[in-house]
Write a protein that binds this ligand. Structure first.
Ligand SMILES: [Zn+2]
Length: 134
């Protein structure tokens, strides 16, 4: 079984075939659908050409099913979260940046960092203690 990605609020599946699907809105009020790769550290995003958000712009992510905002506002206003359940049935929190163009993905288990991806991840990992380095 492949990994599942769920809304943390309603636990609906956000992964349809090869993409995670989000309803989004930019800080300028532009709305659109974003398809994101479920592969952690892959920042390929698919969206309509008319949905032309700007690099560095804050984008709010919403569950397309329950419409809840996925922001982790208690941690940082620029981070959002989804749940991931891997092939073994283990549940993780996947945290990502809501700033367009920022490459940051953090995989958490019980609020401890398991893995982080992306060149901008170091800006955020200190919220959960130090990432182990060897
Ligand atoms: Zn939901």
């Amino acid at each position: 079984m492949e990994s599942r990605f769920l809304c943390p609020k309603c636990r609906s599946d956000l992964k349809i075939r090869d993409h995670l699907i989000f309803a989004t809105e930019t800080e300028r009020g532009l709305r659109g659908v974003m398809l994101i790769s479920p592969e952690l550290g892959n920042y390929t995003i698919i969206h309509d050409d008319k949905f032309n958000f700007i690099e560095g712009e804050h984008v709010d992510f919403f569950c397309p099913v329950c419409h809840e905002n996925l922001a982790m506002s208690d941690v940082d206003k620029d981070l959002a979260e989804v749940l991931m359940i891997d092939e073994k049935g283990e549940e993780y929190k996947i945290v990502f940046s809501e700033i367009a163009g920022k490459k940051c993905t953090i995989k958490l288990k019980d609020d401890k960092i398991i893995e982080s991806y992306g060149e901008d991840a170091d800006h955020y990992t200190n919220f959960w203690g130090v990432t182990p380095r060897y």
